[in-house]
Write a protein that binds this ligand. Structure first.
Ligand code: NAD
Length: 520
């Protein structure tokens, strides 16, 4: 893989990846340079719409990964001491360059990940918002001061970076999730080693080209590639002080345990099973449109997808209308105009989705819309699954218990809002949820009683803007501080508290004071 900069008609630089046969591999980004890995071990990256191999992603060698950490360590020595305003200036430039290139990054995302172009633009934009928020970090870096804590004595706190940090990202948001990580980490004064998902490294590589263009010094952000070995390297490397992870439960629990055992600060955003509760008093048109969009958009591969609908009382009479809406969604390659959902990420993922649907049917669920045997003309080798709806689902079925991560909506029916709340609170995940109602008291009760971190009221995908934090809880999160916002800032910083005594004429003590100072 190579990132090529094109100057077009005197317009500002554009960035585009070249997938020519002469450059079939994805490079690393170390010390401000794109470097070819010397490994002989590569992971083929397939276009999910065609199954063609579009690049080969290296499993970087141990010495290459160590080089990336050494570069980040060297860079930290100066970057950690730069003024907050000079870091901010780089972020302003970075912001402007990303903004000018949203379309180019989106094309790459569609090619590698499969989502539709318009959805891919949203992926970039939601990450860009975190870059924009990072520009306000200098004001968060102000410490606290109490003068005269004792006679002639003052105490103040300094908010400081941690050093070298690392980010490990999933496949489903190739731009947004790396952008949750390195812009905040670096604006706080840290350096970072990023390991993008081996299934979608291209957007991260384009962002690195843009960081260079913005004037970011070499080594502040480095990118390595690989799978388990790269993750183990990050968890074990003594120079790395903190690890940000987003991905599956299996990897998240493992990373939290392994990196934590090595004394690192860790934040892990993991799986989800997001329930949308539909009350019979809801605005039917809006609710069904929102439900269909949030269940099937991005082929259901969003951590905030509404993958479970809970119909309360008479609301379950709306299911046939929901099916009609889902049928209207167009499945196609992500770059084809008019496509509503593209392929899922891999053949294995498609099979897993099929198997979970089948297990639901075997356990007694009804498949009222079956997208399993869909073919897309011109893209017969793609990993497509059409919108699928299972009704009569029960909480003990695998299709309910597992994070399907595909365009499958499982539907349950309950009699009361209390039952809906209990169902959701009994589910191990706490990522996102939404209630659809026109009754303020119902909405208020839901917000107060639900044990989930991101809650929507008539909002299907309540991903908070970056002045807030992304606050998934329970089985969806491990750690103390969440991603972005004030919590993200806290994750990437530490506090030093200084107590100082300055006295014009010092009193000479006749004897050492051995009692605990009470600062009176
Ligand atoms: P994944 O866990 O397979 O991969 C994420 C990262 O971990 C990758 O960089 C990968 O190389 C590494 N990895 C994978 N398996 C590993 C293992 N066994 N040990 C160590 N490292 C491993 O996740 P994915 O399939 O890329 O992403 C989808 C998952 O991410 C879904 O479960 C989704 O719910 C979750 N997700 C959560 C959020 C959130 O904010 N809660 C956001 C996006 C995605």
């Amino acid at each position: 893989m190579s990132v090529v900069r094109l100057i077009t008609n005197g317009a500002r630089c554009q960035f585009q990846r070249a997938y020519s046969s002469s450059a079939p591999t994805t490079k690393m980004f170390i010390d401000g340079k794109f470097v070819e890995s010397k490994t002989s071990d590569f992971i083929d990256l397939h276009d999910p719409a065609t199954n063609e191999v579009i690049t080969r992603v290296p499993k970087c060698t141990q010495s290459e990964m160590q080089e990336a950490v050494d570069s980040a360590k060297r860079a930290y020595e100066t970057w950690g001491k730069t003024t907050p305003l000079s870091r901010q200036q780089i972020m302003f430039k970075f912001q402007a360059i990303i903004k000018d290139n949203i379309g180019e990054i989106a094309k790459n995302i569609t090619k590698e990940q499969g989502k539709t172009l318009i959805d891919a633009e949203g992926d970039v934009l939601r990450g860009l918002q975190v870059v924009e928020h990072s520009c306000s970090i200098p004001s968060l870096q102000m410490g606290e001061t109490v003068p005269n804590v004792a006679r002639d004595m003052d105490t103040y706190s300094l908010i400081l970076p941690l050093g070298v940090t690392a980010g490990i990202a999933p496949f489903n948001f190739p731009a947004m999730i790396p952008l949750w990580m390195f812009p905040m980490a670096m604006t706080c004064g840290n350096t970072m080693v990023v390991k993008p998902s081996e299934r979608v490294p291209g957007a991260t590589m384009m962002l690195m080209e843009m960081l260079n263009e913005a004037g970011c010094p070499p080594g502040v952000v480095n990118v390595i590639h690989g799978a388990h070995d790269a993750v183990n390297f990050i968890c074990d490397n003594p120079t790395i002080k903190a690890v940000s992870f987003v991905g599956s439960d299996q990897a998240g629990k493992y990373i939290y345990e392994r990196a934590g055992r090595n004394g690192k600060r860790v934040q892990c955003n993991m799986g989800a099973k997001n329930h949308g509760v539909v009350m019979a008093d809801a605005n039917k048109e809006n609710t069904l449109n929102q439900l269909a969009g949030a269940a099937f958009g991005a082929a259901g591969q969003r951590c905030m997808a509404l993958s479970t609908a809970v119909f309360v009382g008479e609301a379950n009479k709306w299911i046939p209308d929901l099916v009609e809406r889902a049928k209207q969604l167009k499945v196609n390659a992500g770059h084809v105009p008019g496509a509503d959902l593209g392929p899922v990420i891999s053949q294995q993922s498609k099979k897993r989705i099929h198997d979970l649907v089948e297990s639901g049917i075997k356990a007694g669920a009804k498949c009222v819309l079956d997208g399993r045997n869909i073919t897309v003309p011109g893209y017969e080798n793609g990993y497509f699954v059409g919108p699928t709806i299972l009704t009569d689902v029960k909480p003990d079925m695998e299709c309910y218990k597992q994070d399907i991560f595909g365009p499958v909506l499982v539907c349950l029916s309950v009699d009361t809002i209390d039952e809906a709340i209990q169902l959701i609170n009994n589910n191990p995940y706490g990522n996102g949820t939404a209630v659809f109602t026109t009754n303020g008291a119902t909405a208020r009760k839901f917000v107060n009683e639900i044990d989930v971190g991101n809650v929507g009221v008539n909002v299907p995908i309540p991903v908070p803007l970056p002045m807030f934090s992304f606050t998934g809880t329970r089985g969806s999160f491990l750690g103390d501080h969440h991603f972005y916002g004030k919590q993200g800032f806290k994750f990437y910083t530490q506090t030093k508290t200084v107590t100082q005594l300055w006295r014009e004429s010092d009193v000479t003590h006749s004897k050492a004071a051995v009692a605990m100072p009470t600062m009176k």
